[in-house]
Design a protein around this ligand. Sequence first.
Ligand SMILES: C=C(O[C@@H]1C=C(C(=O)O)C=C[C@H]1O)C(=O)O
Length: 286
Amino acid sequence: MSLPGPERFALGRVRTAIDRIDDGLVALFAARRRLAAAAGMLKRRAGVSPRDSLREQQVRARTQALAQRLALPASTAERLLDLAIADACQRQGMAVDLGQGVPLAAPVMMPPIMPSQTFPPSLAPRLLRLLPPPTRVAPLLHALPARWQRRLLEAAMARVLATPLRDGSLDFMRGRRLAIEVSDLRLRWVLELRGDRLDVVDAEPEASVRGSATDLLLLAGRLEDADTLFFQRALELTGDTELGLTARNLLERLPWESVPLGLRIALNRGARFARAARAAHRGEAA
Ligand SMILES: C=C(O[C@@H]1C=C(C(=O)O)C=C[C@H]1O)C(=O)O
């Protein structure tokens, strides 16, 4: 196909974006399949029928409502759901039939799971192992436009670092560039203090802090301190050590009480969850 230069260039960019979306679709299907396996395991343990046509109707209705909002044709959404539900049924060892032929077993109501109810210890790691590890989530995150990733990170930092940004304890970052690298998610952002906000910039960093998503979450959620993580080589500092160490000290002294409570709880829960999932994947007791 011979296209003039600008069109060829633009088509290349569009196709790269399409490839990312396709990666995201496959990653999402893989994640859905694992969750279906978890649902299957729970239903088996509870002794209820694996097929639940009422739930399937709800799943389809929700998806159609979203498809309509996003101007996706109803027939496309329907075929997507046919595929997803057939895959879930197959994963749970059911005959794949989308309700057109064999009559379905009557749906069985499952007892609601109470918030205080926790999974028995033997079940939790098995369920957690069904979640995709961060390396599998990476293609999904890469499907998000870089601009959105930046905005999310900038908004999160503005909240977490509101107090040090106001009281000047971040002034050492002015004009300096520090990178945060999430190794297993293959993400890297270079941060610079501009005015009264930390911006994600397109430039080479002077220093980098590198760690896995779980270790960085453990640090942010205050479940692990920076020294321990550096000592275990779970966190790595490269480049200008002084800048890196000053940033680390600031993290350590971060007035945690000034971080909004909801965010603190979310970080703490997220970090605990990531730690338990990692332990389950490694086959350790969490
Ligand atoms: C995943 C489940 O198992 C089956 C598959 C469903 C789905 O793919 O959404 C929904 C109901 C069940 O027939 C479930 O019960 O939630």
